[in-house]
Design a protein around this ligand. Structure first.
Ligand SMILES: Nc1ncnc2c1ncn2[C@@H]1O[C@H](COP(=O)(O)OP(=O)(O)OP(=O)(O)O)[C@@H](O)[C@H]1O
Ligand SMILES: [Mg+2]
Length: 278
C-alpha cells in the first residue's frame, strides 16, 4: 500500500492540499538536512511524519510554516508557493507557548482578539473548543495551574480557534507519560474528526502514527528523503479497539520494517562520531 511520493509537476493540486516538491535545505557545508523531499498532505487528511532523531523533521515543519525557505524546490498550499508565515498554517511546538499571565480563556481568545474578530463569534468558538478537549471548568485557570497534558490541549485549541487550513504539530506529545499520551490521542482524534482540519503530525512513535493517521511518511537519516509513504486504511472514527485489529498489526509491521534500516544507520553514524571524538 505504498503511496507515490515522486513529484508530479504536471498535476493540478487539489484545493487545500499542501505539497512539498523537490525540497532541499542545507545549513552550510556538510550540514545538508533535506534532499529532494516530495510529499503531499491532502485537504482534510491526517498525515504523520516519522523519522530518526535529527533527520530534519522540524526543518520541514519550519518550511511548511514559512519560517524558513528551501534552498531548492518549493512548498505549496492550494497550488500557491508558501513565501512566509500565515494564519493558514499554524504550528504547535512541543514547548508551551501559553502566556503565563493570562488565563486559559484569555489565552484561547488572544489570537482572534488581536486580529479584531467579532467577540461573540470568538467566544462561542472558544467555549466549544474548550469543551471539546475536556477543559470546561478551567477557563479561569492560569497555565501554571494546569497539568502538562491540559497545557498541550490548551495549545491545540489556541491554534484551532484561528481556523487554520493546516495544523502543523511538531511532536506535541513528546515527553508525556503513557497514560497522558493516550488521553491526548483520544482528544486529537476527536478534534480532527469533528473539525475536519488538515493535520501534519510529527511523531517518533510508529504505533501512534498508524493509530492516528490516514497516511504516514517515513524519512531516511539526514539528509532526509522520503523513504516510504504508507496509506493507513483503518476505518474512522478511530478508537483503541483498532490497536489490536489484524490490519493495524500488518501496517505497524510494515512501518517497523521501513524504519529498522534507518535506525541501524543512525546508530552506526552515532558510534562513528563518538569514535572520531575520542
Ligand atoms: N538554524 C539552523 N542552523 C544550523 N543547523 C540547523 C538549524 N536548524 C536545524 N539545524 C540542524 O539540522 C539538523 C536537523 O534538525 P531538525 O531539528 O530539523 O531535526 P529533527 O528531525 O526535528 O530532530 P529531533 O528528532 O531531535 O526533533 C540537525 O542536525 C540540526 O542541528
Ligand atoms: Mg524536531
Amino acid at each position: 500500500m505504498a503511496v507515490t511520493h515522486m513529484a508530479r509537476f504536471e498535476e493540478i493540486p487539489e484545493p487545500g492540499e499542501m505539497e512539498l516538491r523537490g525540497v532541499y535545505k542545507s545549513f552550510g557545508p556538510g550540514k545538508e538536512v533535506l534532499q529532494d523531499v516530495n510529499l503531499k498532505i491532502p485537504k482534510g487528511s491526517f498525515t504523520c511524519l516519522c523519522g530518526p532523531s535529527g533527520c530534519g523533521k522540524t526543518t520541514l515543519i519550519n518550511i511548511m510554516a514559512g519560517f524558513i525557505q528551501p534552498d531548492i524546490g518549493e512548498c505549496l498550499l492550494d497550488g500557491r508557493t508558501v513565501t512566509g508565515p500565515s494564519s493558514d498554517r499554524l504550528v504547535v511546538f512541543q514547548e508551551t507557548a501559553l502566556l503565563p499571565w493570562k488565563t486559559l480563556w484569555e489565552n484561547t481568545i488572544y489570537g482572534p482578539m488581536v486580529q479584531g474578530k467579532d467577540l461573540m463569534e470568538v467566544a462561542e468558538r472558544a467555549e466549544a473548543l474548550i469543551n471539546m478537549v475536556g477543559l470546561g471548568g478551567f477557563e479561569e485557570s492560569y497555565p501554571s495551574q494546569l497539568s502538562g497534558g491540559m497545557q498541550r490541549r490548551a495549545e491545540l485549541i489556541r491554534a484551532l480557534i484561528n481556523e487554520p487550513k493546516v495544523l502543523l504539530l511538531d511532536e506535541p506529545f513528546r515527553g508525556l507519560d503513557a497514560m497522558t499520551r493516550q488521553i491526548m490521542q483520544e482528544y486529537i482524534i476527536r478534534v480532527f474528526e469533528s473539525t475536519g482540519v488538515t493535520v501534519l503530525f510529527i511523531t517518533a512513535e510508529l504505533e501512534e502514527a498508524i493509530f492516528l493517521g490516514d497516511r504516514a511518511y517515513f524519512l531516511t537519516v539526514r539528509p532526509a528523503q522520503v523513504k516510504k509513504g504508507l496509506v493507513i486504511d483503518l476505518p474512522r472514527p478511530r478508537n483503541f479497539q483498532h490497536l489490536t485489529s489484524r490490519r493495524f498489526l500488518e501496517l505497524e509491521r510494515e512501518a517497523i520494517d521501513t524504519v529498522d534500516d534507518e535506525a541501524k544507520k543512525a546508530f552506526s553514524a552515532m558510534m562513528e562520531s563518538q569514535k572520531t571524538r575520542r
